[in-house]
Write a protein that binds this ligand. Structure first.
Ligand code: ANZ
Ligand code: ZN
Length: 858
């Protein structure tokens, strides 16, 4: 018998698939389409187990859908711009492009060694000029639609290196390279106006029933819609043009409880309030200190709330009370109005602040049925519901109802307006970095900001670069890059030297895959209209917020520009869990990784894939286990031996009996859900089969049904694999129990064919090989997914457990559906039960048809 030489087999079929363009996209008329997409990787150098997991999951889906007769788009590419390439350039003195392309070559080879069914003809890399040309073109579409604009924003600045740092390069406030204290510096930067789409991005989450709830919740929180009021507090003594401060509050019900007011130190009114102020020195020192804190630090719950009194007062619009104005670190300038009314009795943050600075508190919400709150005795804010007190005409209202009533009053009196706010900020897309798509804008002294004309795209990134030791972007030091002619007046122009955030590149790659090679368009409408949406998107939950939000935003913009006809890009989303080792995530930094390449060399790709799909449901974390890998490997050996044990007898049986029933192995048709009655039609009258054969047929059809549902409906790959394992066990039982001359070889052949077909999406190479052993002819992926016969699933006999006082004592084979009374009689008359209950009295008999009989005796 032939040995399972997985290395030889895997190499052989990978070559065969490549030579025969097996996974070249088919767009055959009359078939439904299926777009299966896994998030493309960053070409860091080597595949890790997380990649193996996500791409194995995608491949099962793609191969399954192919066999079900869909036109399947299953592409792969590279999210290839980004900072690590620059770091490698500085560290190893290799140009970022060289580093990136050689990583891509290596990772492509590794993916190919996994046998994933990609159409490599459609490969894209975001760092290729043929790709980023269109990223630039899309930038210009947004620019022309008024959705890209420039404004000043803070960046991390290292004064010693004289360079901008990415957030990842700031370690504990210090420059990763030289340990200097990182400062903030305001630079002109490019933004996309994603906030214009905040409401639609929120509303349309409802159109995504195929997304995990947790991801939708994360997006919802990120958008952070809130409804409140902007209320005006007049300044007691106006300074210059500043005569009032406007707060944003979602809790206007507490407005009678306001005892102070806080401004963000960056608030535009602050300069007027501070300059010439007797406390100017103290105030300026405070402002400087806060500006040095990061937004994260300022808003973290455990950060000390710090502030300083400005000496100014303003007037509460509803009470007329005088309210002291403070500056404080916990108020952010770019949320709401950058000014907050402080209600210490009902907001914990304000409570802490007021306690620290001895600011009075005033209770305005009284919990129902409890003793009155007393500010002297409170040790935290009362943030629950209650009735309003000390709130004038509103006393007695439930506070949640007062929200509307008080908003009405403020609006009526012209002291406030209702306002919806979003936490979502505009998307800062410019990076002061080299390895990214150059922003296609030219600055001209005469014409100002000028878009690069389409025919001048792409704005090429020079590749013969050298990084200065300070890490400054080569673009800023390359006159041959930035010196140019103004496209409008022909005068002297200067190119933008910022490049785009890599999230821009990945916000539209799923569209490029539809038309990957077109030189004249980002994508062709007819192709995108055919393939979009992505039917199944698979990737890590770490992208739940940014990437998915940006891709949704881009799709909506392109929809509005009438470039695509879908408003949402991803119909269904699967977020796979992490691969763990000893309970924590496998990662280089923890040194607990297992190399996919080594596993594949040692056990083969089929084993690696099978293990990873079997070890846990896809959304769950998966614990790596060497024993599990060995188990998967042994199982494939077992399948191998089983099929080979029958290779001679089945060779004499015509056809495979599967699907069409007459051995025809032609193209698949969309047949999901139909049942296969050909078996009976061929003359295998189910009722004429003996019990062993009947059970063999049942298991074979049951396995197909279970697999069809597990893969197609709920991605239960782990239970799918265990069902296949049970089928293999059953086939072994049949082989060992039924005397060879009595075995029904046509049925065995049919069962083996079904086995190989349903295992094929998981372990593709071995199944191709075994398909040939069975005599299937053409590639296993040219076969239709097998059907099943509902009638074959019905069991003639079922096993019923007999318990005595709750202990299992006997198992009975009984006719399927036998009723309780008959079941009871049958159980009581067996010899074993008779012996066990002899001399005792039967108190009660409980029966569950098809399952159990419990006899209670005394
Ligand atoms: C008074 C008040 C009383 C508030 C109370 C809360 C509880 P969301 O729901 O997230 O929109 N706030 C407003 N602008 C802020 C800023 N720039 N920086 C920090 N905090 C700010 O939160 C709105 C609430 O957050 C507002 O309602 C305001 O505090 C605060 F018992 O106003 B509230
Ligand atoms: Zn000009």
């Amino acid at each position: 018998q032939e040995r399972y030489d997985y290395q030889q087999i895997e190499a052989k079929w990978q070559k065969h698939w490549a030579d025969h363009d097996m996974f070249r996209l088919q767009q055959e008329p009359g078939r439904p389409k299926y777009y299966c997409l896994e998030m493309f990787p960053y070409p860091s150098g080597n595949l890790h187990m997380g990649h193996v997991r996500v791409y194995s999951i995608g491949d099962v889906v793609a191969r399954f859908k192919t066999m079900q007769g869909y036109n399947v788009l299953h592409p792969m590419g590279w999210d290839a711009f980004g900072l690590p390439a620059e770091n490698a350039a500085i560290k190893h003195k290799v140009p970022p492009a060289d580093w990136t392309w050689s990583n891509i070559a290596n990772m492509r080879r590794q993916l190919q060694s996994m046998g994933i069914s990609y159409d490599w003809e459609r490969e894209v890399a975001t760092c290729h000029p043929d790709y980023y040309k269109w990223t630039q073109w899309l930038f210009l579409q947004l620019y022309k639609a008024g959705l890209a604009y420039k404004k000043k924003a803070n960046v991390n600045w290292c004064p010693d290196c004289a360079t901008v740092l990415a957030n990842e390069q700031v370690v504990d406030g210090l420059c990763e390279r030289c340990d200097a204290t990182v400062e903030k510096k305001a630079l002109e930067q490019w933004f996309f106006r994603i906030t214009d789409y905040a409401q639609r991005l929120l509303d349309d989450l409802n159109k995504l029933p195929g997304w995990p709830d947790k991801v939708k919740t994360m997006q919802e929180n990120w958008i952070g819609r809130s409804e409140g009021v902007e209320a005006d507090f007049a300044l007691e003594n106006p300074v210059g043009a500043v005569d009032k401060l406007t707060v944003y509050t979602t809790r206007q019900d507490t407005i009678f409880g306001v005892t102070y007011m806080v401004l963000a130190p960056e608030h535009p009114a602050v300069e007027s309030l501070v300059s010439g102020n007797p406390r100017e020195v103290e105030l300026r020192a405070f402002i400087k200190k806060v500006l040095g804190q990061s937004e994260m630090d300022r808003t973290a719950n455990d950060t000390e709330k710090e502030g300083v009194f400005t000496g100014h007062y303003c007037i509460n619009p509803l009470t007329g009370d005088k309210v002291a104005v403070y500056l404080a670190n916990y108020v952010l300038v770019d949320y709401g109005t950058g000014a907050v009314m402080g209600v210490p009795a009902h907001d914990q943050r304000d409570f802490e602040f007021a306690t620290k600075y001895n600011i009075p508190m005033k209770v305005v919400i009284q919990p129902e049925g409890l003793p009155d709150l007393d500010v002297e005795e409170m040790d935290h804010a009362y943030e629950e519901e209650g009735r309003l007190v000390r709130s004038g005409e509103f006393d007695g209202l439930i506070n949640t109802q007062a929200l509307d009533v008080i908003a009405d009053k403020l609006e009526r009196e012209g002291k406030g307006v209702r306002k919806v706010n979003y936490r979502l900020r505009d998307w800062l897309i410019s990076r002061q970095r080299y390895w990214g798509a150059p922003i296609p804008v030219i600055y001209c002294e005469k014409c100002g900001e000028v878009a690069v004309p389409d025919e001048q795209l792409p704005v090429m990134l020079p590749t013969d670069v050298e990084f200065t030791p300070s890490g400054e972007s080569p673009l800023t030091t390359r006159p041959d890059f930035y010196e140019c002619t103004c496209p409008q007046c022909g005068g002297k122009g200067r190119r933008e030297t910022d490049t785009m955030d890599t999230f821009v590149c990945s916000s539209w790659y799923f569209l490029r895959y539809c038309t990957p090679k077109d030189k004249d368009h980002a994508f062709l409408k007819e192709d995108v209209d055919y393939w979009m949406n992505v039917d199944q998107y698979i990737g890590g939950v770490e992208h739940a917020i940014l990437h998915l939000m940006y891709a949704r935003f881009f799709t909506k913009v392109l929809y509005d520009l009438k470039l695509v006809k879908v408003e949402e890009p991803f119909e269904n989303l699967l977020t796979q869990g992490m691969v763990l080792m000893g309970g924590s995530k496998m990662s280089k930094s923890k040194g607990n990784t297992v190399s996919p390449e080594e596993i594949i060399a040692k056990y083969g790709a089929d084993t690696a894939r099978l293990f990873i799909l079997f070890a846990a449901p896809p959304e769950r974390d998966l614990e790596w286990s060497d024993r599990g890998v060995e188990g998967a490997h042994r199982f494939l050996h077992r399948v191998w031996r089983l099929v080979h044990a029958y290779s001679e007898p089945i060779a004499g049986v015509a056809g495979t009996l599967v699907g069409s029933g007459d051995g025809q192995t032609g193209a698949a048709q969309p047949v999901a859900g139909q049942t296969d009655v050909k078996l009976a039609a061929k003359g295998y009258d189910l009722s004429a089969l003996n019990n062993d054969d009947r059970e063999l047929v049942r298991v074979a059809h049951y396995t197909v049904k279970k697999l069809t549902e597990d893969i197609g409906q709920r991605f239960n790959f782990n239970t799918a694999v265990s069902t296949i394992m049970e089928m293999v066990n059953h086939l072994y039982q049949y082989k060992d129990k039924v005397p060879a001359e009595q075995q029904n070889i046509p049925l065995v052949k049919d069962a083996l064919a079904r086995l190989v077909l349903v295992l094929a999406p998981f372990a593709p190479h071995i199944c191709e090989e075994l398909w040939q052993v069975i005599g299937g002819g053409d590639s296993v992926y040219k076969q239709p997914w097998p059907n099943y016969d509902e009638q074959a699933l019905v069991r003639d006999e079922v096993e019923v457990v007999v318990q005595i006082n709750g202990k299992v004592r006997e198992k009975l084979q009984v006719t399927n559906g036998l009723d309780g009374e008959a079941l009871k009689a049958k159980a009581l008359e067996t010899e074993k039960v008779q012996a066990l209950i002899a001399g005792k009295s039967v108190v009660k008999v409980i029966t569950v048809p098809n399952k159990l009989v419990n006899i209670v005796v005394k």
